[in-house]
Design a protein around this ligand. Structure first.
Ligand SMILES: Nc1ncnc2c1ncn2[C@@H]1O[C@H](COP(=O)(O)OP(=O)(O)O)[C@@H](O)[C@H]1O
Ligand SMILES: [Mg+2]
Length: 323
């Protein structure tokens, strides 16, 4: 069995808007191996969500994707709805940032869980109910039997997110895309859910792609990290190297902007000065130049390609770091 589960090559996502074209994702290339957890980090608007939606075949209507995505040996980018439905129902799933968005508001949670099992796995109603309750227990959803006929709005944010995770787990997925799964939750529940996902990844051989703007979350959970800026991958490497030997000034700036656990909570978190570029008019050179504290003349005129800095570590920057 190949260790590569998903291989994404030169993925580009464009959106047609009334005054032009948004270049949301440009030439994104990466692999996900079986059983590993990869973090995709970057500020809001850097193309994290749209990359995953393109892979899953769920882009908004005005979006188009090009490139090549191979999942378990099968080319799936822009595959038919029938093919994608099968893959999404059986082995690849997504946990959304906003649990409400992934749940049907007027349907009891138990029915939502059972429906997936009946439709995709051909279970009968009684077996579906047993399996759904079992999965709710796995995600530590309190009193699943009693709450089976509740509606999403009757549950707290943390409980709704657990339902989302349960929904994702029903198909015993091989690949989970978790898109900022805990951002909307308070810090204690966030920790519980992340802890749970960590356990999950260890116990069943699931690969997780964790999308987050929080490097702390990625550090906790991931084996490797991909850093995105303005629709491109600007750096990728092991968690350790990203944290201790970041090669891209943007990654360095993100790390400085990440609050430390031992930081004084009243102290202001330093933000990265400036704003990302307009994705409709990307500069010819490096998109980070304007905000970069190490920019050279060349960076304005020419775009740095990703290159190997050491081992498996890639970065798209002309500046050679000393460590
Ligand atoms: N339907 C759309 N039409 C036009 N632009 C879009 C659409 N959806 C997303 N975008 C743009 O694509 C860029 C990347 O978005 P996204 O992948 O959601 O970022 P994030 O990294 O925060 O997840 C953003 O600039 C966003 O405004
Ligand atoms: Mg997003």
């Amino acid at each position: 069995m190949s260790a590569t589960l998903l291989k994404c090559t030169d993925l580009c996502v464009r959106f047609a808007v009334k005054d032009g074209c948004v270049h949301a994702v440009e030439n994104l290339t990466f692999e996900i191996h079986r059983g590993e957890c990869v973090g995709i980090v970057g500020e809001s608007g850097s193309g994290k969500t749209q990359s995953v939606l393109a892979i899953m075949g769920l882009l908004p209507r005005n979006g188009t994707s090009t490139g090549n995505v191979v999942y378990k040996g099968q080319s799936i980018l822009n595959a038919s709805r029938q093919v994608m439905n099968k893959i999404r129902g059986e082995s690849m799933c997504m946990i959304f940032q906003d649990a409400m968005a992934g749940l049907t508001p007027f349907m009891q949670i138990g029915d939502q869980l059972c429906e997936v099992l009946i439709e995709h796995q051909g279970l009968n109603r009684a077996d579906a109910r047993d399996r759904a309750i079992e999965v709710l227990e796995i995600v530590q959803f309190p009193q699943p039997k009693r709450r089976f006929s509740m509606y999403p709005h009757e549950l707290s944010g943390g409980m709704r997110q657990r339902i989302m995770i349960a929904l994702a787990l029903l198909c015993r997925p091989q690949l989970i895309f978790a898109d900022e799964p805990t951002t909307a939750l308070d810090i204690t529940i966030q920790a519980q859910i992340l802890e749970f996902m960590k356990g999950l990844q260890k116990h069943i051989e699931t690969s997780i792609v964790m999308i987050t703007h929080d490097l702390g979350v990625a550090a906790n959970l991931c084996d490797r990290i991909i850093v995105m800026y303005a629709g491109r991958m600007v750096e990728s490497g092991s968690v350790k190297d990203i944290f201790f030997r970041p090669q891209h000034p943007y990654t360095q700036a993100l790390l400085r902007a990440t609050p430390r656990l031992d930081a004084d909570p009243d102290e202001d978190i330093p933000l990265i000065p400036g704003r990302p570029p307009n994705l409709q008019e990307l500069p010819v050179g490096c998109a980070f130049t304007e905000r970069c504290d190490q920019a050279q003349k060349r960076c304005m005129a020419e775009r740095p390609e990703l290159s190997q800095k050491f081992d498996d570590h890639l970065a798209a920057c002309f500046v050679e770091q000393t460590k």
